[in-house]
Design a protein around this ligand. Structure first.
Ligand SMILES: N[C@@H](CCC(=O)N[C@@H](CS)C(=O)NCC(=O)O)C(=O)O
Length: 230
């Protein structure tokens, strides 16, 4: 339920302005939970934005994180990095970074980030296409971008929690809405095994489960962008 009046500022603990359906906002909600940071959540209805919301975030997008010192952070990746630096690194058992050589880890995050952007453009084309004659070609491009993304995972297994929080909210939504709106099936073969390993691990993660919307609501909400089933 969207808050009608602007909550008192500054908050006494970090306050996340989010929309449950938004994958970018889920990154922040998931990171807050994973790091055990006490926080509050204010739900923003993007279809009916409260008049006061641009005072919090002049871009009027979600997520935004308002801190007790009055600062407001926007851009989900930056917020997650901030949370890891401010609350995670150094606290026993709470960091979102896997243990291991720091340099190798930062390289793998960088690659994930870059490929994530490549993935975004294939995903955009996939969402926009309602032409059945182009369906196969567009699916092939999307699956190839997904393969590039999962090929950046470490050979030994899954990427760090930081990287998973960065990519999985989007990948989960693709796996929920893609089959319904576009008849997409992500192959269950060896090429896509890292993807299925990720799905299996992340789907059991408490922070993920507590911050995701219901599948049926997501399918419905994404109709706004997918428009028609093909
Ligand atoms: N790059 C931003 C993207 C945020 C974003 O695009 N959020 C969407 C919702 S998922 C939004 O607020 N859109 C504004 C609107 O629909 O009016 C981030 O990662 O935080």
């Amino acid at each position: 339920m969207t808050q009608l009046t602007r909550p008192h500022s500054p908050p006494s603990k970090p306050r996340l302005y989010r929309t449950l359906q938004c994958p970018h906002a889920q990154r922040v909600a998931w990171a807050l939970r994973s790091l055990g940071i006490d926080h509050e959540i204010v739900e923003i209805d993007l279809a009916n934005k409260p008049e006061w919301y641009p005072e919090v975030n002049p871009r009027a997008t979600v997520p935004a994180l308002e801190l007790p010192d009055g600062k407001v952070l926007i851009e989900s990746s930056e917020i997650v990095y901030y949370l890891e630096e401010a609350y995670g690194s150094g606290l026993e058992g709470k960091s979102l970074l896997s243990k291991g050589p720091v340099r190798a880890l930062s390289n793998s995050h960088h690659d994930l980030y870059i490929c994530g952007q490549g993935f975004s453009s294939a995903y955009g084309a996939f969402v926009r296409n309602t032409d059945r004659t182009k369906k196969d070609e567009i699916h092939t491009q999307l699956l190839s971008a997904l393969k590039d993304l999962i090929n950046t995972f470490p050979a030994t297994g899954l990427p760090s929690k930081l990287a998973i929080i960065h990519i999985f909210p989007h990948l989960w939504r693709l796996n929920v809405v893609g089959p319904y709106w576009r008849g997409l099936d992500i192959p269950k073969n060896k090429d896509f095994q890292p993807y299925w390993n990720l799905v299996e691990a992340a789907s059991k993660d408490e922070g993920f489960l507590k911050t995701r919307p219901e599948e049926e609501d997501t399918i419905k909400a994404y109709g706004k962008w997918y428009k028609e089933r093909i």
